[in-house]
Design a protein around this ligand. Structure first.
Ligand code: CAA
Length: 388
């Protein structure tokens, strides 16, 4: 039985910053950001969007009348949680109007949360092939104004349905993972911006990748020759290029060319959105699906990394039913409809924070279907414009 990713959707707000403007403002060479970091643009998340609304705006694209009653679980990966106790998945369930007889939980391990959800979903659907699991990765990546990490901010959400006979990717059963207590990137409960040891985090990412890649090959007897493409967690797209370069010498010249071409396809969307933490790998996979030339049966390798740290290498083959045509069209329309911000507008939006008391937010500048309209009696007030 084939189990895997049936649908994969993405949402990010329309407001963005051109990183050439950021480079000029911060006294850096634009090429440092565009080539050295590998980022062109960055999504800027308004205060009227949080992990729940980002997720809802992505998830409505994959939940419909044909699968609504099959969804048995929501596994919500995030490190931008809105409550220490209650899971974001429960809010999401209500916004999507899903039936009560399902499990709704949040998973946290930095940028690895959605992959944990995907793997748990894989196991669940193997036992319950008539069911589907909704897996979410939703985050807002914040390092702070005038920090080295600023150029690697961003945000958004991915929503995936995991099912039997999937339309996109059949997941292989073999997978290699590793966890270790490491302080490369973290965010204490009292902080709204992450703390990071930048260079160290890059080195740990590469070490984890090499280790789980070796472990995967040992388990499966597969080699790089079995792969058409790799998709990586992309905190910034140069990071994935560094990982790819670590294994490229294992491939012959022709395959190296193919892997490099497909890597370019896999980073197109991430270059323009920035880091979305736990959804990042899956935005890259969406970008690969939409922008590479892929055929059913071809094998894709995926590397997921969550600081702190957890890494996993797993794989899947392109489904017989694969068709990325419509998604490619929607993305190209989306990117051309975005609103570019000036530096002053970006800094103002970035600095707007929710107060710890009741507030009514101005939602007129946010055209999303789901928005955060305010806080009342310490409870977030969500608005579904289709119901308003
Ligand atoms: N033209 C071309 N390239 C240039 C250039 C120019 N004019 N000027 C500089 N560069 C290159 C540098 O040579 C360097 O390349 P290499 O990495 O290949 O050596 C690159 O641009 C970056 O330059 P610096 O190292 O000087 O950059 P920095 O010190 O300002 O910080 C950073 C870079 C460490 C990535 C920082 O942005 C950061 O801390 N980001 C957040 C942490 C992060 O994303 N870590 C990734 C692993 S952790 C993870 O994956 C989890 C997660 O999501 C956070």
């Amino acid at each position: 039985m084939q189990i895997g990713i049936d649908q994969l959707a993405f949402y990010t707000p329309k407001t963005y910053l051109d990183l050439v403007d950021l480079a000029h403002a911060r006294g850096e060479e634009p090429d440092k950001y565009r080539i050295g970091i590998g980022q062109y643009e960055q999504a800027v998340i308004p205060v009227t969007q949080d992990a729940v609304t980002l997720a809802a705006n992505a998830a409505v694209k994959v939940v419909n009348e044909t699968n609504r009653d099959q969804i048995a679980m929501i596994l919500f990966g995030t490190e931008s949680g809105i409550d220490h106790s209650k899971s974001a998945a429960v809010y999401l369930k209500r916004l999507l109007n899903l039936p009560d007889n399902l499990r709704a939980v949040e998973i946290k391990q930095a940028c690895y949360g959605a992959t944990a959800g995907l793997q748990f979903a894989h196991d669940y659907v193997r036992l319950h092939p008539d069911k589907q699991v909704l897996v979410i990765g939703a985050d807002i990546a914040r390092y702070g104004l005038n920090t080295p990490g600023e150029v690697t901010q961003g945000g958004g959400a991915v929503a995936m349905t995991i099912s039997a006979a999937p339309k996109l990717l059949n997941l292989d059963n073999e997978t290699a993972f590793r966890s270790e207590d490491i302080m490369d990137f973290w965010r204490p409960l009292y902080r709204t911006e992450a703390l990071v040891d930048g260079r160290f985090s890059e080195n740990v990412y590469i070490d984890f990748f090499k280790t789980v890649w070796l472990d995967y090959q040992r388990q499966t007897n597969r080699t790089i020759a079995d792969f058409t493409a790799f998709a990586f967690h992309l905190p910034f797209t140069k990071m994935g290029l560094k990982a790819l370069r670590a294994v490229l010498p294992e491939a012959d010249a022709e395959q190296q060319k193919q892997l490099k071409t497909n890597f370019e396809a896999s980073r197109q969307y991430n270059r323009r959105v920035g880091n979305l933490y736990t959804g990042s790998l899956y935005l890259s996979l969406r970008s690969l699906f939409d922008n590479a030339v892929l055929k059913p049966g071809q094998r894709i390798g995926l590397f997921s990394y969550g600081s702190g740290a957890e890494g996993e290498f797993f794989s899947g083959t392109i489904s017989e039913q694969f068709d990325a045509q419509q998604s490619r069209q929607r993305f190209s329309e989306f990117f051309s409809s975005r609103q570019q911000l000036t530096m002053a507008q970006y800094e103002r939006l970035f600095s707007q924070q929710l107060p710890d008391h009741d507030v009514l937010l101005d939602v007129t500048h946010d055209d999303a279907r789901f928005v955060l309209a305010g806080i009342k009696h310490d409870q977030r007030q969500y608005l579904d414009r289709n119901k308003a």
